[in-house]
Design a protein around this ligand. Structure first.
Ligand code: TYM
Length: 334
């Protein structure tokens, strides 16, 4: 057991980072660095499950690392690295494919949503569906299990993948003897499911094409304000937190709660009209992202690469012995 709980989480280096990624994940990662043994991974191999242009993933990884450092991850206080720099991820990913079942993987809502969206032509990357998109959760399980992880801080949409990770880890342990630590997910009290501002019935997402509904971390403050002013609400005019009856207004309240560390239900009482709520959310979001944008501009790519090199060394030192343990347990000739 580690002296502090071990935390592991990952993010794909695809496109840009949106408010859902920030509130559902990154903001909480930054907060966890001091009282946890925290490991964060830019999951470039996962990104390849959707077609990418040559060079796109490398550039995305560098940009994501720079974003995470700008958001407050400190390479001295946490481990930040790129997945493909630590080969054990691919290797354990294969072992995990052998203990995950076809039925289990078929039930993953992310897989179903992404294949439905691709079939309907709603994704940026066309209609190709890779086998990797199907086995993706086995690689995700490997990411987590390689570090004897206790806690996985994620947004709501990843809960099912963490549950699968627990199931395959338990299956491996039952089949081959105690090998892996069984992790738990942790979602934030507010911001775990940030919805698209134009379609408050679906989550804000990198892969769906909805520029007006998606607030990017690097949008200009003016653009952020405009997107919030135009956010879809409803016509009854009452500010109330009610996710099913008032998804648009509830989303605004949740976002405000997440950025100000407050509770969405209580915040509703402070507003009589949508206009002031929208401008307060916009101001609060701008106040949260502006310093990140400034730090991003000040960072140097060479320093970012140094941080990733250091991170990969630290990650490898943890992952290699766990991989050895799994190899021996699975009965491979060593
Ligand atoms: P990804 O890259 O899609 O998202 C990164 C993190 O952002 C959260 N998130 C959201 N939170 C709130 N509202 C939203 N609209 C929203 N959209 C995204 C996600 O829940 C996630 O925490 N499969 C993962 C990456 C991964 C991973 C891992 C995570 C690979 N291996 C191991 C944890 C542990 C993914 O695609 O996240």
């Amino acid at each position: 057991m580690h002296s502090r709980p071990r935390v592991f989480s990952g993010i794909q280096p695809t496109g840009t980072t949106h408010l859902g990624n920030y509130l559902g994940a990154i903001r909480n990662w930054v907060a966890m660095q001091d009282d946890h043994d925290a490991i964060f991974c830019i999951v470039d191999l996962h990104a390849l499950t959707m077609p990418k242009a040559p060079g796109e993933v490398a550039e995305g990884s560098l940009r994501m690392a720079r974003t995470l450092l700008a958001a407050g991850l400190d390479p001295e206080r946490c481990t930040l690295f790129v997945q493909s720099h630590v080969r054990e991820h691919s290797e354990l990913g294969w072992l995990m494919q052998t203990v995950a079942s076809y039925g289990e993987l078929s039930r993953m809502t992310q897989f179903k949503d992404k294949t439905d969206a691709a079939a309907a032509g709603q994704t940026k990357s066309g209609s190709f569906i890779s086998a990797g998109l199907f086995t993706y959760p086995a690689l995700q399980a490997a990411d987590i299990l390689l570090y004897d992880t206790n806690v996985v801080p994620v947004g709501d949409d990843q809960k099912q993948h963490i549950e699968l990770t627990r199931d395959v880890a338990e299956r491996f342990n039952n089949r081959y003897g105690d090998t892996f630590v069984i992790p738990e997910h942790r979602v934030p009290a507010a911001g775990a499911r940030v919805m698209d501002l134009q379609h408050p019935d679906r989550k804000m997402s990198k892969s769906l094409d909805s520029p007006q509904g998606t607030v990017e971390l690097f949008d200009e403050p003016k653009a952020i304000t405009k997107k919030f002013k135009r956010a879809v609400t409803d016509s009854d005019g009452e500010v109330r937190f009610d996710l099913s009856a008032k998804p648009g207004v509830s989303n605004l309240l949740s976002i405000l709660a997440a950025v100000t560390d407050d509770a969405p239900e209580g915040l509703a009482d402070r507003y009589e009209q949508y206009g002031p709520l929208k401008s307060d959310v916009a101001d609060a979001v701008v106040a949260a992202v502006e310093p990140i944008q400034e730090r991003y501009a000040e960072l140097d790519d060479d320093d970012v690469r140094d941080a990733l090199r250091l991170g990969a060394d630290k990650a490898r030192a943890i992952a290699a012995p766990v991989m050895d343990r799994a190899r021996v347990a699975a009965g491979l000739l060593v």
